[in-house]
Design a protein around this ligand. Sequence first.
Ligand SMILES: NC(=O)c1ccc[n+]([C@@H]2O[C@H](COP(=O)([O-])OP(=O)(O)OC[C@H]3O[C@@H](n4cnc5c(N)ncnc54)[C@H](O)[C@@H]3O)[C@@H](O)[C@H]2O)c1
Length: 410
Amino acid sequence: MRQEKTIIWGITSILLSKTSQARICAVSLQFSTFNCVLKTVDIELIGLGDRGMTALRSLLRIGEKLPVRISALRDTDVERVRAAQRTMDNGQLVRQAHHKSMVNGQWSMVDVVKLTYICTDWQSHARLAIEAMRAGRHVAVEVPAALTLEDINALVETSETTGCHCFMLENCCYDPAILDAIRRIREGEIGMPIHAEGTYYHALDGRWTPWRLEMNRHQRGDLYPTHELAPICMALGITNGQWTMDNGQWTMDNGQCSMDNVQWSMVNGQWPQDRITTLVSMDTAAFTGPSAYEQRMGTAAPDFCNGDHTTTLLRTALGRTIILRHDVLTPQPYDRLFHIVGTRGTITVRDDGSQSHSALTQTMNERLIGALAAGKPLDFGVRDMAVWCAVTPLSELSIKRGFAPVEWPL
Ligand SMILES: NC(=O)c1ccc[n+]([C@@H]2O[C@H](COP(=O)([O-])OP(=O)(O)OC[C@H]3O[C@@H](n4cnc5c(N)ncnc54)[C@H](O)[C@@H]3O)[C@@H](O)[C@H]2O)c1
């Protein structure tokens, strides 16, 4: 097997697959690639740390049944690229190497990659995703895809002008217990959902990565809201109508729900869409953050600013409320809560962290690759990503303004 190693922008890249495939269907700004059938989903995987290696193993497994191929591996750390490559070799799924992928310091427009799958640290997500879409590639990007409103808007605009998908890899949307709860809610079991609570309690302890600690050192607010908010948005109909969950119960197409036996929510025969209008956040002081930082990084951080526990309240246009709680510092048990209060009852799903999340990731990746290969709409679109990620910059803003309510700008 021939390999090529190119160092550009300090990024080491090993390209592994053959260039005989046609390029992504179109790179023209006028031509949408959204529903293009891909004969082979050639993937460039960027970021080969813990999550990237989980993704790699998942994608290799999918390669046994769907037309997917790992075509490029990228990481700023060459040792990680080599380790990932060994995993590929062991999987015996490596195809022939192909020609250089860089032309004049840019990713070539003639290489084979059709999907850029990003598992790097948070700060690099938006930039890498925008670069990839501008090169005509679909993007799948880990949570959170963006940290600022500017980056969120840039992702939406780039996706919609290039016609390239920007799919955020929110695996909690594929939790079977939550999907079952959403089905029951849509069947009218708890009446109209009027309030939701979600938590992300995960004492990171030895799992802190330096970049995540640095983020928490310099920024206040809920820095990781999407695991609990995304499923709540599904339950409350805060969406852009791209869901295609084909569990036989319901599908959505352009905001119209095709299910006609839903009792609580039909308005003029249509599924009502809701949207968030207001956010307010309040945090505790940074009680344990400075010592967590010192323990992991070896230097004191008296300026560590993020509170141990952040609570965010959201209100929607239909007058419903959501509470999000974020705590990755205090030594309490893992808790990813999904709690929905309806006019006739409640539904609660609680993930205590005792089960592996790899099945959720596997389902998500299978549905993503399957949809791309078939030219079908993805389960979630770039505007869902925008709503789920906006909590971070807006909670920071609310806290900065003295825990004041801020208008939802999307
Ligand atoms: N969905 C989930 O359940 C879940 C679970 C864990 C992590 N994550 C997300 O996955 C992402 C990665 O987390 P992790 O724990 O694997 O982090 P990590 O630090 O272990 O790995 C990140 C990797 O990205 C590389 N990298 C950074 N910038 C790069 C760049 N510009 N180009 C190429 N490579 C670059 C680093 O060298 C490193 O190898 C984060 O966004 C995290 O939030 C999601």
